[in-house]
Design a protein around this ligand. Sequence first.
Ligand code: GLU
Length: 424
Amino acid sequence: MTTRTTGRYKSSTHRYNAYEAVNELFDKAADRLNMAEELRQILKTPFREIEVAVPVRMDSGKIHVYAGFRVQHNGARGPWKGGIRYHPEVDKDEVRALASLMSWKTALIDVPFGGAKGGVACDPMNMSMTELERLTRKFTARIAIVLGPHRDIPAPDMGTDGQVMAWLMDEYSSRRGYSPGVVTGKPVSLGGSQGRITATAYGVITVADAFYKSRGDKLEGKTAAIQGFGNVGSYCAHFWHERGGKVVAITDVKGGVYNEKGLDVPALFDWFKEKRTVAGFPGADVMNNQDLLALPVDCLIPAAIGDVITPDNCTHIKAPLIVEGANHPTMPEADEELHERGITVIPDILANAGGVTVSYFEWSQNLTQFYWDEDRVNQELDRKMRKAFMDVHTLARQEKCSKRTAAMMLALKRVGEAEQQRGN
Ligand code: GLU
């Protein structure tokens, strides 16, 4: 047992390494598929990992050298695809884990991409726009050699947004010529797609809706607690509210709010615009991240950082449904316990696949230079999310396993087949 000392989970009693954790999920599914050891090795091992120094001149005049990573995990089904994360806790193991999850996510939602992830260990909240721009341009310059519209296509992730993608595209295009397809999640004015900003949350709420429908029930009137009010969390609140559900609690890095009758989500958006936090929103009680997880709601949506549902706190969870907006919010040991307790977890590679799905739409719009309206984007997204949900739901029933294991089985089968067909 090794202890993860630099990560978010500091317990000394539980082993934690994000990449090992993902591989544990991998093995569970591979065992059910009776996958040969050789193929397991091929599928588990990242194709290429790059680590670069990113020296940036700060506004103070001093140079700070950041560590940057790009891991290309598996490219059997198409160009590598995955976000770039700016966060102080980015390290190689986490980027590997996230890259691997992207390989399974793109296969499960069935878009013609492989899986990758990148990151820079930095604190974007405490950097100026000019510092962020210099950091992005330098990082892009140093990894440009492995990027390209038919090679590896980054996108936003935690701590990055459309502006960061615009700088990335500009830096890449200044070397190789106009290349909008080298990155997704760009501003619409630069070839981004309608509906990309809301896509991840739209997908999260669509699978929640599909879950209720599969039981002859409906989302309307259901209560939700959402951890996180960034891109995913905030729009999850928006869509849950729009579809007639009640959002009773939301937390962000600075605090949280609770109202058992349901929060006024549009008013909360206005509040957030001014205060940059949900904390202090009038007409609501104070809520913290741990208590939010234990609320007796119909649905819990972790939509912030990873590793928040731990073996220690999962026993307090009362929600019968967890929809994972974030990447790997649930540790494997906790996941097992939740499954045993009959709590349904809609796993990250299914629940938050809406982002990469609309990234695929954006990329194909860039290659064809033919642009879609938002209705078409959302319709196609809806169709893909519901199909993947039903595939997972059906297999989980057949196999009598969790939805996570079923999702991994479907993904591994597809990537494994592609690897073998390519002769590897
Ligand atoms: N960063 C997002 C994810 O984790 C989106 C990736 C993409 O669009 O390539 O799925």
